[in-house]
Design a protein around this ligand. Structure first.
Ligand code: PLP
Length: 400
C-alpha cells in the first residue's frame, strides 16, 4: 500500500486544490481545439531579438558573466530596480530603489503578501469574482474572504459591514482578470476608503495595466494614495507589477513597490523563500526594458486590440439572447454572463467535446464558488479568424 500523504499534511494543505485552469490546459493540447481559456501572451509577440542581444551581452565579458551567473542580493539587481523606480515615477508614483522588491512574477508577490499578513481566520477583502491565482496564493494562510463591495453589485445583505476589520483589500483595478473591467475613479477612491475603514492595506495588482487599447490611463490606487498621503512611504497601498504580460512570462520577473519599511520585511521573506530572483533574467529584463519597452507596448497593444475587437464583434453577432458581456478597454479577457440556470462547467464539457472550443467557467473566480452562469473568454492567443470561428462554436454549444 502506498504512503498516505494526507496523514502528514498541515491543515492549510486542505485548501490547496488543483487549479481549474491548469486542469483545463491539458485538453488544450489536442489538435483543432480553439482555446479562449488560458490568459497567456501570444509568443509571436515576444521581443525575441532584443532578448537574444541582452543575454549575449550579459554573458559577453568575464566580469559581466561572473555577475550574471552568481548569487545576488535578495531585493533585486540595482539596474532593474532603478528602471522600475523611474517607470513608476513617470506614472505619478514617485519612489526609489528602496521601495522596490524584485519577485518571481507578481504571483510570488501575492504569495509573500499573504504570508506576512494573514493568520488563520483573518479577513481579506476581495472582489467577487477575482483572480483565481490570488485566492490560491492567499488560501494557504487560511483567511476568511469577504466582499470588497466595490464594482461587484453585492446584494444588500452582503455589503461591507461598518467597522469590519480586514488585513487587506485585494483588487485588479485595470482590465481585471477575470471580468476585463476597469475601476472608475470613484470606485478607486472607494477601495481606498474601504481599506482605510477596515484598518487594512490595499494590494493593487497591476498585471494588465500596460495593456490599454483605448481611452486615457487611469491613476493607480498607489498614485491616488500618494497624492493624499504625501509619499509612498506613508501609503497603505502595495503595488504588484510584472513584466509577464509585456515582455515575457517565462522569465518570471515582477516587482512589489511599497513603503520602504514593508519592503525591508519582504526582503527577509524573499531571502527565506528563494534567496533572490535569477540574476541573469533580471539583467536581461532591465536591458530589454531600457531599449524596447515603449516599442514593445505599441506592438502588443495593436495586436491585442484587433483581437479584442474581433471577439466583441463575434459575440454580438453569434451569442443567443439572454447573454451579456463586458467591453474591456484593455487586458486579455471578456466576461460573459449567461441566463439564470446556466451551468458554465457543463457548458464547457459540451463545448470541448462537441465543438472543440474551451473557456474557463466563472465559478473558479468566486471565493464562495458561486458564478455558475458566468464564463471567462480570453482573446490573447487566438487570431481574429480563430476568434470568429471559436465564438460561433461556443454559441452552437449553448443548449436551446
Ligand atoms: C491578475 C493577475 N495577477 C497576477 C498574475 C501573475 O502573473 P505573473 O506571476 O506572471 O506576474 C496573473 C497571471 O495571469 C494575473 O492574471
Amino acid at each position: 500500500m502506498s504512503f498516505n500523504w494526507s496523514s502528514v499534511f498541515a491543515g492549510r494543505a486542505a485548501r490547496m486544490g488543483a487549479s481549474e485552469i491548469r486542469e483545463l490546459l491539458k485538453v488544450l493540447e489536442e489538435p483543432d481545439v480553439i482555446s479562449f481559456a488560458g490568459g497567456i501572451p501570444d509568443p509571436d509577440l515576444f521581443p525575441i531579438e532584443a532578448f537574444k542581444t541582452a543575454y549575449n551581452e550579459a554573458l559577453s565579458t568575464k566580469d559581466s558573466a561572473a555577475r550574471a551567473l552568481q548569487y545576488s542580493v535578495s531585493e533585486g539587481t540595482p539596474e532593474l530596480k532603478r528602471w522600475i523606480a523611474h517607470y513608476m515615477g513617470s506614472r505619478a508614483m514617485p519612489c526609489g530603489p528602496e521601495n522596490i522588491l524584485i519577485t518571481c512574477g507578481s504571483q510570488q508577490g501575492l504569495e509573500f503578501l499573504g504570508r506576512i499578513m494573514l493568520s488563520p481566520g483573518d479577513r481579506a477583502l476581495v472582489a467577487w469574482p477575482t483572480y483565481l491565482g490570488a485566492l490560491q496564493a492567499f488560501n494557504a494562510y487560511e483567511p476568511e474572504y469577504a466582499r470588497l463591495g466595490v464594482r461587484d453589485n453585492a446584494p444588500a445583505n452582503e455589503r461591507p459591514v461598518e467597522g469590519e476589520k480586514a488585513k487587506f483589500a485585494y483588487i485588479v483595478p485595470d482590465f481585471d482578470n477575470p471580468t476585463g473591467r476597469t475601476l472608475s475613479i470613484d470606485e478607486r477612491h472607494s477601495v481606498l476608503e474601504r481599506a482605510k475603514a477596515s484598518g487594512g492595506a490595499v494590494i493593487e495588482d497591476a498585471a494588465y495595466t500596460e495593456l490599454r487599447y483605448e481611452g486615457e490611463a487611469m491613476p493607480s490606487l498607489l498614485a491616488l494614495d500618494i497624492q493624499t498621503q504625501g509619499s509612498i512611504n506613508q501609503s497603505r497601498v502595495i503595488y504588484c507589477g510584472t513584466f509577464s504580460k509585456t515582455l515575457s512570462p517565462g522569465l518570471r520577473v515582477g516587482w512589489i513597490a511599497a513603503s520602504a519599511s514593508l519592503i525591508d520585511k519582504l526582503v527577509l521573506v524573499k531571502q527565506a523563500s528563494d534567496l533572490h530572483s535569477p540574476t541573469l533574467n533580471q539583467m536581461a529584463v532591465a536591458a530589454v526594458a531600457e531599449t524596447n519597452f515603449t516599442a514593445q507596448l505599441d506592438k502588443i497593444r495593436n495586436a491585442y486590440r484587433i483581437r479584442r475587437d474581433a471577439m466583441l464583434s463575434a459575440l454580438s453577432r453569434h451569442m443567443p439572447k439572454g447573454f451579456s458581456w463586458s467591453r474591456p478597454e484593455g487586458g486579455m479577457f471578456v466576461w460573459v454572463e449567461g441566463p439564470r440556470g446556466m451551468n458554465g462547467r457543463a457548458l464547457l464539457q459540451r463545448a470541448v467535446k462537441r465543438e472543440k472550443v474551451a473557456f474557463v467557467p466563472g465559478q473558479a473566480f468566486f471565493a464562495d464558488g458561486s458564478g455558475q452562469e458566468c464564463m471567462r473568454l480570453s482573446f490573447s492567443l487566438a487570431n481574429p479568424d480563430e476568434i470568429e470561428e471559436g465564438v460561433l462554436r461556443l454559441a452552437r454549444a449553448i443548449p436551446e
